[in-house]
Design a protein around this ligand. Sequence first.
Ligand code: HEC
Length: 135
Amino acid sequence: MNGSRSFNWNTGSPHPKWILMAVLLAGTIASCNRTPDEPEITADSTPYQLVFPAHVTPPILPADNPLTQAKVELGRMLFHETALSGDETMSCATCHLQSAGFSDTARFSIGIQGLPGHRQAMAVSNMAWNSNRFF
Ligand code: HEC
């Protein structure tokens, strides 16, 4: 009756396309196994030293997710990554300009495809101390 059914409730057998998918997936996973001479990829756990004045209370950071140089670098890369936008033309840094204190110089920020916004990208700095977001 319904052509999109993938499981035959009468026989209990999966549709042949799912069997094929399972075989292909198993083959893909098997081919992804690392050969002994390939280096193991591990995350660099070098701690990142957050520098701030002595009179400032330290930010509350999750104990099970310590700051590392690699994570900070990943965050910086993601902040500049245009692939995160709908048409891959904008990154966070497009609106939150580092040269303008991570805010926008335009009164109203413009979105992808020139779509007009109704607000200005606010400064995003010292967010480690921010327990709430504006929105
Ligand atoms: C098209 C422009 C635009 C882009 C791109 C953009 N933002 Fe924003 N952002 C804004 C605007 C506008 C606001 C203010 C929202 C409001 O006033 O309601 C804002 C607010 C914020 C806030 C809130 C700050 C606070 O104090 O609460 C954070 C955090 C933030 N943006 C992070 C990001 C990150 C991370 C990215 C990328 C993943 C990003 N933004 C991409 C325009 C943008």
